[in-house]
Design a protein. Sequence first.
Length: 179
Amino acid sequence: MFNFVPAFFPAKARAFSLVIVSFLLVGLADLASAGETLELGDRAPDWMLSDSEGEPVSFYQHSDGQPAVVLFWATWCPNCAELMPRLEKLRKELASSDVRFYALNIWEDGDPVAHMENEGFDFTLLLNADSVAKRYRVRGTPGLFVMNRDKAITYVRAGNSSADEVYAAVKSALEKELR
């Protein structure tokens, strides 16, 4: 085994240095993939999470053959607070077209169930979605993706988009799919 610390250092120091080197290598691997993003046309990753009632929800099965909006959000996120009422309005406008709206709660320290109830949002709420956010390469909130019936990504929210811009873009992407 290759030692990064000279033999005259105590064993604990050598062990600690190996832990540090391991973390650095993992960090470098994360940096190498940090530039990778899901792009338009990519197939959205499947996932299975628990809803607010503790029931499992499989994305591909639950949204089978239907367009979907996947929102990564948190109760503490001011941009989410601005965007979510607009998405709820759009959900209501498109209620007869069977578009699926999913609110995947991430990086949370509040009560997402109470928040959704207090705000009157009726998205499918999914909890503890940090691992899914990582698979979707979400770097901040709100992360938002629109998928067509085949689960190909047709819209990805840009980090600097306003709530009005996102609303218009999501509506346009869904209207194209529903024609």
